[in-house]
Design a protein around this ligand. Sequence first.
Ligand code: BMA
Length: 873
Amino acid sequence: MSSSTSRRSAQSNRLVFRFSVFFAVLLIGPAPSGWPKTYSSDPVRKPAVLVVPLDSGWHFREVSKQRWYPATVPGCVVTDLLSSGLIENPFLRDNAEKLQWVGQTYWIYETTLLATPDLLGFQKIELIFKGLDTYARLFLNGVPLASTDNMFREWRLDCKKMLKPGANKLEVHFASAVNRVLPSLRHAAHPLPAPSDPGEKTSPYTRKAPYQYGWDWAPRLTGAGIWKPVFLEAWNHARIADLQIFQKNVQPSAADLTVRLDVLSTVATTARISLRETSSDRKVFDGPFRLQPGRNQVTIDWTIPEPLLWWPNGLGPQPLYKLAAQLSVDGKILDRFSRRIGIRTLELRQLPDAWGKSFEFVVNGVPLFAKGGNWVPADAFPARVTAERYRALIHSCRDANMNMLRVWGGGIYESDVFYDLCDEMGILVWQDFIFANALYPASQSFFESVRQEAADNIKRLRNHPSLGLWCGNNEVETGWFDWGWKKRFPASFWEDYKQLFHDVLPGACATWDPGRPYWPSSPSSNLEDKPNAQSAGDVHYWDIWLDGLPFKSYQAVVPRFLSEYGFQSFPNFKTIEWFTGSIDLQLESPAMAAHQKGDRGTERIRKAVSQIYGEPKDFASFVYLSQLTQAEAIRTGAEHLRRNRPRAMGSLYWQINDCWPAISWSGIDYFGRWKALHYYARRFYQDVLVSPYEENGEIKIAVASDRTAPAKAVLKAQVIRFDGTALLEARKQVTLAPMKSEVHWTLRQAALLEGRDSRQLLLNCQLFLDGVRVSSNRFLFHDPKDLRWPRPTITVKTRNLGGKLMVGLLSNSFAKDVELSLAGHEGTFVENYFDLLPADPIEVEFRPEGRLTPEELRSSLRIHSLADAIATK
Ligand code: BMA
């Protein structure tokens, strides 16, 4: 660093601070007596706050039975029953359907907590439940402590007076979420609609994850449980309750931030706050302030000179700053608290333009084409999703060149680790509030519960740079206008809707997270037009899946931002073998039917497969073709959207992942195995994409660029026979305009094919930057079922390349959708479901789980391509 730079930094580091109106700056007074002599079990994080995790010693029983069984906390009753061998695995065969009694039963969880003299010596002792699913009554030593009714809230309960020295009994009594609501539902004049709830439709009345009631890709397993951590927090005098960082002004020279601390105090005293940015180990602030009993707020200005900006994946790096706060009195540390942030500006830009009104996220002044998909909970039992599983899934999204995930409103507010990983990997999060496909009660108590739920989750998530948008709900506005609710229900229901999604929730956002965009529903145009208007707002487009339209029909729709579109497929064959137990491996078996929750799902897949590919040779071929069909559907949609940048500025397909092993719209199955779709996504989401398509008898070759700088490129187009003979070839120098899509070539199909057998031809398009092929794509002149497929011979070589296991492949004729798999080993191919052109070898890395030699890889490798799966002509 030059001396002038360091001087500049030093100057900006002379921080100006101001306290909020609640404070006066005073000198530090003498320490109050009675500070604990020894501090915390966790000296790094919470020096004077004693945190006692209550994750052990739990057992559970059915309310009407006497026998106890061990329980895991955090966890849930279904997984506890499974661990004790009391039920069969709900994910196998059709077991889930037989387990409905679990959700209709009342359960008791119990543990003993030990109150040591150390603990009891604290002034304040609070019992914290980070999440209870859902209707629970809590007892400490038999005395009622609280009752809960919202899975998404946190509960902090003062329990100091109720604790006795030694053993204390903590009980959690869970009611059945369904049965608790049923009696009142029987008398309702207008039971609330909930078309996606396959049961008694109690779900709108209960603040519990909607998908657990069953969805068109999820089993119905309503359960109950302590699904998030529970612990005691003991403290003296004061603690830091929260820390919020506002980014007021971000410029290349400096970022002006405000740090707001919430400090709870039981005493009037003078304390000292110090703030440090830990990655650069810089002091941000150190000074005294006066505490009053109750809630205190202090605001401190923080300037970061020449800030490193946080970018979404593909646009730049993801530097993070960590701010550590320390609260002390008379040199004794009372509490520590830290938060991580990324410096960036973010705007949801909606401006009138030639097509209506834009809908685009703008990060650090750069309009972002959102590339990603919809995220659903990664398990029917969310407590058992480990950090490793989250990491693998989000890493998979990053690897597929995604920059945005929509946390869909029928699931859960995700765990902290999810947002941490999104921060680290540059994935922006479109966060729905958890309301989906239903209308909701309008009582003041319901609104109050939602307000609390919003406060808890907004406060928990608001410092994450990945958090891009709060959205009121999934498809509730659509339900009102397009699913007949407007006709069926009193107009007052619409007023209730507006109160919740146009008042309560945006109000909560304005209070606790001003500055972050709020969007009332997905899809919506914010009531300026009907939901799903193509001129403004976001759209869910489902006609291709629901009406069986040809995939090309995507080209007739140009939304401003497509936040849902999808197509189902079967999961990886190994996954199917797992859930069926390899018994009855065929389309219509009971196990298979139990794992297909979509309306006529398999029928729709089968129809599309036969329209595009013809008849599969066998069941395994059908599974493979179902994945190609799905991948091709979404590829067609995604490429079309990208070709329409900047009119269309987002592609979030339905859906990224699964909550159990199933036939669904996911691109990654429950076990984390990538389907063909996810491999395709990696290609159709790369920052520069060549995309050939047909329109009115013309073949157009477009290039979409998400790069922020222009680039000179070479575009190469060839008409090739499947045996490798090149019939036509042309090259063109093109300039790729930044953040734009353009057609660079228009060819008349008839002229191109004249006198040739188009059933054995393909158009191969390649794009080179500085001599390197950055994108390639092919166009076929017919559906694959009508083509004349040769049977390719693929030569394989495996080797160890600097510690990486590589598979080299060369084909003697066009091999479409080459699928690599391994018998008897687990691992991931970095590329898969790709096309091999004759004389164009490729090398693919394989990342094994465990050790594997190149020879073992070679001998267990299975290679298939399209010609192996269909009857060739
Ligand atoms: C979308 C979603 C979900 C559903 C999916 C597939 O509209 O919002 O409700 O699972 O369709 O049908």
